[in-house]
Design a protein around this ligand. Structure first.
Ligand SMILES: Nc1ncnc2c1ncn2[C@@H]1O[C@H](COP(=O)(O)OP(=O)(O)O)[C@@H](O)[C@H]1O
Ligand SMILES: Nc1ccn([C@@H]2O[C@H](COP(=O)(O)OP(=O)(O)O)[C@@H](O)[C@H]2O)c(=O)n1
Length: 230
């Protein structure tokens, strides 16, 4: 096979709603291909964490924007164990707290925040030293990397997504978890489109697929679209 025309890193852009499996599936795909992995939602979560830790009112856009000046963010792209850092604090676990999930859309809806983070994502992608990188979020296929050679929308029915997220949180408060997930998708949908596939984006519906089958389906899309990846 001929690799001459392949531009490195090879970018796989993957979007989808909350609980569709973006993060876990992308991470496993990256592991299997020996590529990097970038979870873009972690940056929005970390900024929400930073703003709250700085005592900022998240409804005050100007203060949220001002917070970007002191937002010293770090994330790795190793799918085997990346950590998320804000300043000297490891926030990898803290940003998964339902309290952050409940407020993250408020920072993500601010256009200046999006512009800032999108530039950051592009520089992380450009610096990837492995052959490829799987980048997941809400606007990767449409805004962050619309020219990516592989663009995928990972979906699953709302019921399935809710039960996956509730199980992940130990089955506690399934109803509240479901309601929060629905409210977050609704708020996020006003800012970016991730419920339907844009032109040229391949949909993978994981509602009836188990985890391994979903990973295999995503790798199948990558191989079909670019036979030199293997
Ligand atoms: N196809 C699948 N079948 C069953 N469970 C899955 C599948 N895909 C993901 N999961 C599980 O669902 C939960 C949510 O996945 P996650 O990757 O966090 O989604 P997202 O990043 O889209 O919010 C995780 O516990 C994950 O292991
Ligand atoms: N590319 C992205 C990624 C996340 N986000 C925001 O960040 C939040 C957290 O994203 P996430 O990917 O960690 O959320 P989950 O789908 O994993 O629950 C989302 O609810 C969006 O508000 C975004 O606006 N654009």
């Amino acid at each position: 096979m001929n690799n001459v025309d392949v531009v490195y890193p090879f970018v796989v852009a993957l979007d989808g709603p909350a609980g569709s499996g973006k993060s876990s599936v992308s991470k496993q795909v990256a592991r299997e291909l020996g590529w990097g992995f970038l979870d873009t939602g972690a940056a929005y979560r970390a900024l929400a964490w930073h703003a709250e830790a700085s005592g900022v009112d998240l409804d005050d856009e100007a203060s949220v924007i001002a917070c970007l000046d002191s937002f010293d963010y770090g994330i790795g792209t190793d799918p085997a164990g990346y950590r998320v850092r804000v300043g000297g604090t490891d926030v990898t676990e803290a940003i998964r707290d339902p309290g952050i999930s409940a407020v993250v859309s408020r920072v993500a809806r601010v256009p200046d925040v999006r512009r800032h983070l999108i530039e950051l994502f592009r520089s992380i992608i450009a610096a990837e030293h492995r052959g490829g990188i799987v980048v997941e979020g809400r606007d990767i296929t449409t805004v962050v990397a619309p020219d990516a050679p592989v663009r995928i929308l990972l979906t699953a029915s709302e019921e399935v997504r809710m039960s996956r997220r509730a199980a992940e949180l130990g089955g506690r408060d399934a109803a509240a978890t479901g309601a929060q997930l629905r409210a977050r998708d609704e708020a996020d949908s006003k800012v970016v489109e991730f419920m339907t596939a844009a032109d040229g984006v391949t949909t993978v519906d994981s509602s009836d697929l188990d985890f391994d089958a979903t990973v295999a389906a995503v790798i199948g899309v990558i191989r079909d679209s670019q036979p030199v990846t293997g």
